[in-house]
Design a protein. Structure first.
Length: 317
């Protein structure tokens, strides 16, 4: 269902681009905008991993510098049928994580020190499985395509504003109609782009729960991360808000609350409800999970779970 909805939204965004291109820029204007937007986003697609990791001060770790974390990612990647991604650590007290990379062969998973300190082993495994699901679903590619089309629509709108939508193929669309399209089209494109982002989060939750086999471990992690992110600022994310959609939970101050058309992430309670349904379907995860009140302060242990000796069993039990 998530894949079908994503396809429908992408088709709608493409149709919006074609309509705006015809009404504002004509066939040639639409083509120029598409090529220009594609060029910019292709550059971002090939370099986005290095760019975003640098923005957040992420440091690569390996089996020697972070053995337990590295081993967990390795085991879960094997379960997901993925090559081993690079593993990064961000010196950031806010609990959060993201995945980046243009394809599974060039992927990276980054987690914050706050995440390692706040979550238990199963919860952290749920978060890692969620990020690996983004890699397996090639969500970076999907969002690049989405950004390309949305960017082309915005460029066409600017073209229409500066040149008045002088399209001879327009059959009298009119100055008022063109002005309305210039204003509304970028908003509509952004709404569709955000809807696709929310859909991909649901899909990653579902696949991540299946990879780990414990959907409620991920649900428990989402509650802790959401509460922590609402109370602990993330300076790097505040300076680079365009990267907020990459994280498992919105890292920005004030970026939490009810689902709405402009949100990059679904509401956590709705995500937990979907994971509860998945848990019932799989017959795993230890039953339902009650979300802690948002006003409750996150409980940070005095030592992280990675100071213990490595266990012989995998991260799922």
């Amino acid at each position: 269902m998530n894949y079908f909805r994503t396809a429908i939204l992408l088709a709608g965004l493409t149709a919006l681009f074609m309509g705006v291109g015809f009404l504002i820029g004509g066939s040639s204007g639409a083509l120029i905008a598409l090529v220009f937007a594609a060029g910019m986003n292709l550059f971002a697609y090939w370099n986005s991993d290095r760019m975003v990791l640098s923005m957040h001060g992420a440091t690569e770790v390996d089996a020697h510098s972070a053995p337990d974390l590295y081993q967990m990612v390795h085991e879960l990647a094997g379960r997901a049928g993925l090559p081993m991604p690079r593993v990064y650590l961000m010196d950031e007290p806010q609990p959060n994580a993201f995945a980046t990379g243009r394809d599974p062969e060039h992927a990276a998973v980054a987690v914050t020190t706050g995440l390692l300190n706040m979550l238990n082993r199963d919860e952290l495994a749920g978060v890692i499985a969620h990020e690996l699901a983004h890699i397996k679903n090639r969500d970076t590619l999907i969002m690049t395509i989405t950004a390309t089309i949305a960017g082309a629509i915005s460029m066409l709108a600017q073209f229409g504003m500066f040149f008045g939508g002088g399209n001879r193929e327009n059959n009298g669309f009119g100055i008022i109609g063109t002005l309305a399209m210039v204003i509304l089209a970028p908003i509509a494109a952004m709404l569709v782009q955000m809807a696709i982002s929310r859909t991909r989060e649901y899909a990653a939750d579902d696949m991540g729960g299946r990879i780990l086999g414990k959907p409620m471990a991920l649900a428990s992690a989402l509650v802790k991360i959401s509460n922590g992110a609402a109370q602990i600022p993330n300076a790097a994310a505040e300076q680079n808000p365009a990267t907020a959609h990459l994280f498992i939970v919105n890292p920005l101050t004030g970026g939490h609350g009810w689902d709405n058309l402009f949100a990059t992430h679904p509401n956590v309670e709705n995500r937990i409800a979907a994971l509860q349904q998945l848990s019932a379907e799989l017959g795993a995860g230890g039953g339902s999970y009650s979300a802690a009140p948002a006003s409750r302060a996150p409980q940070t242990p005095s030592h992280g779970p990675w100071g213990r000796p490595a266990r012989r069993s995998g991260p799922w039990g």
